[in-house]
Design a protein around this ligand. Structure first.
Ligand SMILES: [Zn+2]
Length: 255
């Protein structure tokens, strides 16, 4: 089993213990995601220290203000580290207004260029205000304009209205703990429509704790609850589903 998206340095407790619980739960690989220049370095340090951990480097859309040429150059430089296997998370977030949309677009397109240049997959965060599709529409358009050489992971898949489009374009759809929330029937319906070769599972820990532990902070071991629900929805035995997502992640991240 794998967790293709977590923020290990933000989880509660010493990383060694968190990873011990993850290993006990059957996890063999984890991708920890950087949010800004300092955070990127923390994730790389974790990946250097702990065997199952790999890192992604980028600038989160909520922190996109102040993104400049130097910030882009820094991501590009870190991306050549042997433990870095993805760019991001990046994208557009019109739900929170912590960063100017223009700055979000600038940071996003710079990271698309970096992903193309380095031939690393790009991890996409996208979030809309309720009943709006604006961020999703623009994110999809920008990714499509980048062309087929870009390998795309839609992290915390939450755009059921666009599942067919994502699949047609060959983008990976990664499902997080919000799949297990009672209100999210549409996400569960979409999860069935993603073919085996494009499906992934993640925690986004310490956020989005799966339903049975929802009062607690999330950690990578809990990916198993989301994976079990996904497997059940798709009518795939859990061990078979485990093999599928592990293989997909190996192909993507070369880990
Ligand atoms: Zn995240």
């Amino acid at each position: 089993m794998v967790d293709t998206h977590c923020h290990l340095s933000r989880c509660v407790g010493p990383p060694g213990l968190i990873l011990e619980r993850a290993t006990e739960a059957g996890l063999t690989r984890l991708m920890t995601i950087g949010l800004d220049e300092a955070d990127n370095r923390e994730q790389i340090a974790l990946a250097e220290t702990f065997e199952p951990v790999y890192a992604a480097v980028g600038r989160h859309p909520n922190d996109a203000d102040g993104f400049d040429r130097d910030a882009g150059a820094d991501i590009l430089e870190l991306s050549s580290h042997e433990m870095v296997r993805a760019i991001g998370e990046t994208g557009l977030d019109f739900y929170r207004d912590t960063a100017d949309p223009g700055n979000q677009r600038r940071a996003f397109s710079a990271q698309i260029e970096i992903a193309l240049e380095t031939d690393l997959p790009i991890v996409i965060h996208l979030r809309d205000r309720q009943d709006s599709d604006a961020a999703a529409a623009e994110t999809f358009a920008m990714l499509e304009a980048a062309g087929e050489d870009l390998t795309v992971i839609l992290h915390c898949f939450s755009v059921p209205q666009r599942v067919d489009q994502a699949v047609e374009r060959g983008w990976f759809c990664s499902f997080a703990g919000n799949l297990t929330y009672p209100a999210n029937g549409e996400i569960r319906e979409a999860a069935v429509l993603v073919p085996d070769e494009l499906i992934l599972v993640e925690t986004d820990a310490p956020y989005l704790t799966p339903q049975s532990k929802r009062r607690q902070r999330n950690e990578p071991a809990n990916v198993v609850e989301t994976a079990a629900m996904l497997a059940g929805l798709r009518g795939t035995p859990l061990d078979e589903f485990d093999r599928i997502v592990t293989e997909n992640s190996s192909r993507l991240f070369g880990w």
